[in-house]
Write a protein that binds this ligand. Structure first.
Ligand code: ZN
Length: 448
């Protein structure tokens, strides 16, 4: 099946900066792969032509950090620092099970798809003893919604009795965590270019796991050839605790534990000194920048431009929905641009920088730059067709500015590997009303 999308503005994001753009161009898709991108009408015969006049076509967005299960716990701890927020939420989260996780993951993935995301990394570190197979529930939700999943099998082995924040009944033993992580890789990881599910290894954060688990997790990931992910340098509280316990900063600790490299990406990465930024850049370590979550928890402003200039792959993330009730990726582009301007001045970040972070930057962060993240022949047909022809964007001449600086437009079409997931601004793969009902029930059960 060959499909041509025509008459649309196209932002390919095929370069290090903005990339090639067409004011009125075409994208030809052959089955699951992009065959051609160019100016004017699509040449030759195709099976279906889609007239996308008044639209902008971009690569699908890549979400690099999330905790989908938190969709069932939105609206808690509304005015808290990270540590206060965790302390209030851990006991609630200890009640999650397979059913709640599935309902939350479906809801979260629908929201991501409806805001332009075609790939989502989900960091699931909460494995209650009697909760059933919560990790598999998220994988199943991703298959149903049709968004590519990078399932990070997380873990915690440092409960309250070991000086950690989580209650003891939601932490695993070191051996149990490693065994569960190895099993998740063997069951679900697909290394192929068109993979719908990949697995990564992700102890929750250096302050919620033992140093042995950090070290052993890195070994396991490298033995299995998968990526590594954790939270790092999110708050100054974390830095103070790290200095007191280990006599070094979180970035130095990560370095000591073998946790820097092109196969690692950190969530947040806010409080890095100059030498840490340089070291992360030299090692090609990635960062998932989560603007809305950082704002809600007043965690700080990440040094995104410094990290990018140093050579770090930086992508965008929504973070878990308990610290970002919106959970949509689309608005994070603008948040990222505005936060960068607040930090570095009004001439620092452009609308195209926001689009780059959400697409190519995210793909690089997840180690998939050869497969997704830009509109180029041979890449997976993951793309978003945004409607800019309504009142909301009328008169904005620059389509990329309309998308990033304007309100998030409706989606005419969202394709993942050539398959429609959103059409005419409606999710096509699952029943959205049923998903809302299931989420309401799951959230209510957890609250009780
Ligand atoms: Zn997080």
């Amino acid at each position: 099946m060959r499909i041509a999308i025509e008459n649309a503005a196209i932002a390919t994001v095929d370069g290090e900066e903005a990339g090639t753009e067409y004011a009125r161009g075409h994208v030809v898709i052959d089955d699951n792969v992009i065959e051609a991108v160019g100016d004017g009408a699509a040449p030759g015969a195709v099976d279906r032509r889609i007239d996308a006049s008044g639209c902008l076509v971009t690569p699908g967005f890549v979400n690099t950090h999330h905790h989908l299960y938190q969709w069932a716990t939105r609206g808690y701890a509304q005015q808290s620092t990270l540590f206060e927020w965790l302390t209030e939420l851990y006991p609630v989260w200890s009640g999650i099970d397979e059913e709640i996780t599935h309902a939350a993951a479906v809801a979260g993935l629908v929201r991501l798809a409806r805001t332009g995301a075609t790939t989502a990394a989900d960091h699931h570190y909460l494995i209650p003893r009697d909760g059933g197979d919560v990790f598999a529930a998220t994988v199943e939700a991703a298959r149903q919604v049709g968004v590519r999943l990078h399932g990070v099998r997380g873990s915690m082995d440092r409960g309250e009795s070991d000086g950690g924040l989580p209650p003891d009944d939601i932490v695993e033993t070191l051996d149990g965590a490693l065994r569960g992580t190895a099993e998740a890789i063997d069951r679900f990881h697909d290394p192929s270019p068109q993979a719908r599910v990949r697995i990564a290894v992700g102890p929750c954060s250096p302050f919620s796991v033992s140093l042995d688990l950090m070290r052993e997790a890195a070994k396991l990931a490298r033995d299995k050839g998968v990526r590594l992910h954790t939270h790092l340098a999110e708050t100054l509280d974390e830095e103070r605790q790290c200095l007191a316990e280990h006599g070094c900063t979180p970035a130095e600790l990560a370095d000591r534990l073998g946790w820097l490299g092109p196969d690692v990406w950190f969530a947040h990465g806010i409080h890095f000194a100059d030498d840490a930024v340089k070291r992360l850049g030299e090692t090609g370590t990635g960062v998932a920048h989560c603007p809305s979550s950082n704002l809600r928890l007043a965690a700080g402003i990440a040094r995104v431009q410094d990290l990018v200039h140093a050579g770090c792959p930086v992508g965008l993330g929504v973070d878990g929905s308990a610290s970002n009730e919106d959970g949509g990726l689309g608005i994070e582009l603008r948040q990222a641009v505005y936060l960068a301007r607040l930090k570095n001045g009004p001439h620092s970040a452009t609308a195209r920088d926001g689009l780059w972070l959400a697409t190519r930057g995210g793909a690089r962060c997840l180690g998939r730059e050869d497969e997704i993240g830009s509109l180029e022949p041979g890449k997976q047909a993951d793309l978003a067709v945004w409607r800019l022809d309504t009142l909301a964007h009328a008169g904005i001449a620059d389509p990329v500015a309309a998308l990033v600086l304007g309100p998030l437009p409706p989606l005419k079409l969202l394709l993942v590997g050539g398959t429609p997931v959103v059409e005419d601004d409606e999710i096509r793969t699952v029943d959205e009303t049923a998903a809302a009902t299931a989420l309401r029930a799951a959230s209510g059960r957890l609250r009780r």
